[in-house]
Design a protein around this ligand. Structure first.
Ligand code: NAD
Length: 348
């Protein structure tokens, strides 16, 4: 089995690559190495003969054709994307180019390759997407795979568009696809701009811990290593043409999540005053969805997958990882344009 993983130098992609290689799967990681990439995330597999890296951009169709010809993958797992909602509000163009046109280029390259091989049933194009395509929920209800799409941010609209392209390539050309839509991930190697690392790192630095609005927004939190396990499960056992929602079964208000992290830090690295004293409410993000929550029935009943950790357990592991890996996040914070976003508040 040889996998072509796009975006494998990012947060979730690198977790997928590490897990796949540890299970004896050969992986070709295709990544353009944007600001969000970090090859250090792949240190555990860098010298493994099952791991290969190709620097390429999904906006470049010729480069994609070359990669398919050279590596002959059995399946594609497509994670490369512009992924930060706040950045999509500041500059939506890059999200259209990579998430929409880039996905189109990858579908075309995968289709030409698959057709050239005689359209094998065993081939898979696994598209990794977000629950944000469904828009927002009120106080009750859950997203199922049949919830109508209603994206509210440029990021979620670009991901929704990419999901539709993948579906259309299955319906029109017969390409064997699976799609997964997951909730907010957190865990080791999470880029320092995202909510969980912002809370940990600002707390440790004695800086204000920014929370949008009153922190009432609700998210379902999925530990990234559980997500990687779910993705490999769907790739192997998912039904061709089907979508699966992946959640952590861990709904929490942002303010409660932030308080949980502060309490863990109080225990693992006590400061003079409780870290929660640093919480500061900041002006809400425009179009900020109130609540996302996943109905995990399909993946649970059809594929027998469920998350292995609770939010408390996953956060404990995550906080400990950041305490143990200062060099990793300090190097990223020192990069141009990253540090300035710390303190702006984000919800994923
Ligand atoms: P990330 O921003 O950490 O990583 C994205 C990776 O894609 C980076 O390594 C980057 O270099 C690469 N990339 C970006 N543009 C590229 C291009 N044009 N060509 C090739 N490579 C390119 O993202 P992530 O958080 O790991 O998310 C991975 C996928 O999962 C994305 O598709 C995202 O939409 C989806 N997702 C993420 C979350 C989450 O909580 N992080 C939740 C749901 C879905």
């Amino acid at each position: 089995m040889k996998l072509l993983v796009t975006g494998g130098a990012g947060f979730i992609g690198s977790a997928v690559v590490r897990l796949a290689v540890s299970r004896g799967i050969e992986v070709v990681n295709l990544d353009a190495l944007t600001y969000a990439a970090c090859l250090e995330n792949l240190a555990p597999v860098a010298d493994n003969p099952l791991y290969h890296f190709v620097k390429a951009d999904i906006r470049d169709p010729d480069a994609l054709e070359t990669v398919f010809d050279a590596h002959q993958p059995d399946a594609v797992m497509h994670l490369a994307a512009e992924s930060h909602v706040d950045r999509s509000i500041d500059g939506p163009g890059a999200f259209i180019e990579t998430n929409v046109t880039g996905t189109y280029n990858l579908l075309q390259a995968a289709r030409a390759y698959w057709e050239g091989k005689g359209r094998p049933d065993t081939f898979r194009f696994h598209h990794i997407s977000t629950d944000e395509v469904y828009g927002t929920l009120g106080d009750t209800g859950l997203f199922t795979e049949d919830t109508p799409y209603a994206p509210n941010s440029p990021y979620s609209a670009s991901k929704a568009a990419s999901d539709h392209l993948v579906r259309a390539w299955a319906e029109t050309y017969g390409l064997p696809v699976v799609i997964t839509n997951c909730s907010n991930n957190y865990g080791p190697y999470h880029f320092p701009e995202k909510l969980v690392p912002v809370v940990i790192l600002n707390a440790l630095a004695g800086k204000p811990i920014p929370v949008y609005g009153k922190g009432e927004n609700v998210r379902d939190w999925l530990y990234v290593e559980d997500h990687a396990d779910a993705l490999l499960c769907v790739l192997k056992n998912g039904e061709r043409g089907r979508s699966y929602n992946v959640g952590g079964e861990n709904e929490a208000k942002n303010i409660d999540l932030v308080r949980m992290i502060c309490a863990i830090l109080d225990r693992l690295k006590p400061a003079e005053t409780p870290y929660a004293d640093q919480i500061t409410f900041v002006t809400d993000r425009p179009g900020h969805d109130l609540r996302y929550a996943i109905d995990p029935t399909r993946i649970r009943t059809e594929l027998g997958w469920k998350p292995s950790v609770t939010l408390q357990e996953g956060l404990e592991k995550t906080v400990q990882w950041y305490l143990d890996n200062e060099a990793w996040w300090q190097a990223l914070q020192a990069r141009d344009g990253v540090g300035k976003r710390l303190g702006t508040g984000t919800s994923g």
